[in-house]
Design a protein around this ligand. Structure first.
Ligand SMILES: [Zn+2]
Length: 142
């Protein structure tokens, strides 16, 4: 029976359904050290064999922030300012992949293990795509 964890932004415009293939405690928690993620104090995870559904109530209140290589949408609610997920199109497989911002999940804080600092700044576009293909998960935006 796969575990499902819900989550979302603060005002409820963006809702998440994270379907896991294994216990949440076995997933790595990563604290990306890029300048954007540091400002949000981000802790992120993904389950490569799981998936993330993102439900958007009002698409006009969704910001798809871009930076760096510009290939990633950083999904931020315009209403309440919460950053919920980073997604990109894997063009080779024509599917959306992404991560899940752990801060937005409806789980007890003491169930979240300490995050590991993750530095990706020196990656090329190619190595970034390879890393994400192996670590991120399928994302379905509704
Ligand atoms: Zn919101």
């Amino acid at each position: 029976m796969p575990e499902i964890i819900t989550g979302g932004c603060h005002c409820g415009n963006l809702k998440l359904k994270f379907s896991l293939s294994k216990p949440f405690s076995e997933l790595p928690i990563r604290a990306c050290q890029c300048s954007f993620c540091r400002k949000h104090n981000v802790r992120a995870t993904a389950d490569p064999d799981g998936k993330l559904d993102i439900f958007i109530q009002d698409k006009t209140k969704l910001s798809k922030y871009h930076m760096g290589l510009g290939v990633t949408d950083f999904l931020v609610c315009k209403e309440c300012g919460v950053y919920v997920s980073a997604v990109m199109l894997d063009q080779e497989n024509n599917e959306m992949i992404g991560n899940c911002i752990v801060n937005t999940l409806d789980i007890e804080q003491d169930k979240i293990q300490l995050s590991e600092a993750a530095h990706y700044d020196s990656e090329s576009a190619e190595s970034r795509l390879e890393r994400r293909r192996s670590r991120w998960m399928k994302v379905n935006i509704v």
